[in-house]
Write a protein of this length. Structure first.
Length: 356
């Protein structure tokens, strides 16, 4: 295993963002820090993965693994499993309802489970194919599955599990976030857009272009300051005003990014890049954002989850074999190299935090 050297950077005070319609709280003080890989949790087992979810209050990490959801404590000890989730992509948490929800891409269903016991309650059909990202909106007590091939979102009553509506996306939806006040935001990958959705009326309020960012994937929100962080396939992060959709800045990130997380406790956004780096972005105190550092991680670590209590970051990945040789393309097209295969029983969680 290669030695991962910490990258030093200084994170300063991030005071109140520029006032808009009302005063906003200050972001917490972030001390000078050095971030690095603290440990690697060797998990093993078969199956791929996509989005990981950390339940900060419940102190558990939910890791979708193709046919089931594996559940761990913060130290990597397995505490349970949710079976029968064919093609699972992500998990949404509703602590107020003691429920969790998993999006099953191959089955075109959503699995509902009891959060406290992990016991499956019910599996329900989505109204579009390949449910991918999944989101619980506490303001309306609804669950949204964003259906990739269906190019729509299915909206469920989180308690009764009835379908309350289907929202056309106009393209392939990727990750989504909520402001907690009845507005939901989602990246649409193939149209290079960010959509703002009225969660009460189940309608698209705005369609905002993210250009020059292309193929947006991961999305995070600083709800207190109404800032969105969208990452894309062309190694850019766009910082967007969640009120009017204005792109405030674009910043460089690494290659192969599929996830971004915002930690209100540090005031930083973190982009997980499949090339094997983590890009750290912070507000300089005047609503201007800078790249504060680039942390070596592991190749393939393209998504992440943040523990809002300890500020540790969890990035799933595995060891990979050599990529197969390029296959001949169609006439007039070059050959394409297939994705490198995951080596058996090498799945792991890379944990990043401040070195003391």
């Amino acid at each position: 295993m290669p030695i991962l050297l910490p990258i030093l950077f200084t994170l300063g005070l991030n005071p109140q963002a520029q006032a808009r319609s009302a005063p906003k709280p200050k972001i917490a003080l972030v001390p000078a820090a050095k971030l690095a890989v603290l440990r690697t949790l060797q998990i093993g087992g078969d199956g791929g993965w996509d989005y990981v979810t950390f339940d900060t209050e419940g102190r558990r990490l939910f890791v979708p693994r193709s046919t089931r959801v594996m559940v761990f404590d913060p130290e990597g000890k397995k505490v349970g499993e949710i079976p029968g989730t064919a093609g699972v992509h992500g998990v949404a948490i509703a602590r107020d309802l003691d429920r969790g929800y998993a999006s099953n891409g191959r089955a075109n269903t959503m699995t509902v489970f009891k959060l406290s016991t992990l016991a499956v309650i019910k599996e329900v059909k989505t109204t579009g194919e390949n449910p991918d990202a999944i989101l619980y909106d506490p303001a309306t007590k609804q669950v949204f599955t964003f259906n990739g091939r269906g190019k729509n979102a299915t909206v469920f009553n989180a308690e009764t599990l009835d379908v309350t509506g289907t929202i056309p996306m106009g393209g392939k939806p990727e990750f989504a976030v909520t402001d907690g006040k009845g507005r939901v935001f989602v990246n649409v990958e193939d149209t290079h857009e960010l959509l703002a959705i009225d969660a009460k009326k189940l309608s698209v309020l705005f369609r905002w272009s993210l250009k020059p960012l292309e193929e947006p994937t991961g999305l995070a929100i600083d709800a207190a300051h109404q800032r969105l962080f969208s990452v894309g396939g062309n190694k850019l992060m766009a910082i967007v005003d969640a009120v009017n959709g204005k792109i405030l800045q674009t910043l460089p990130i690494g290659e192969g990014c599929d996830g971004v997380a915002f930690d209100a406790g540090t005031g930083c956004a973190y982009a997980s890049n499949g090339e094997g780096t983590l890009t750290v972005v912070r507000n300089d105190g005047h609503d201007h954002f800078t790249v504060a550092g680039s942390i070596p991680t592991r190749k393939g670590a393209r998504t992440l989850a943040v523990d809002g209590k300890t500020h540790l970051l969890y990035l799933p990945t595995a060891e990979y074999g050599p990529a197969p040789a390029a296959m001949p393309g169609q006439p007039g097209q070059p050959g394409q190299r297939s994705r490198a295969p995951m080596l058996p029983d090498t799945f792991q969680l890379v944990v990043i935090g401040e070195m003391h």
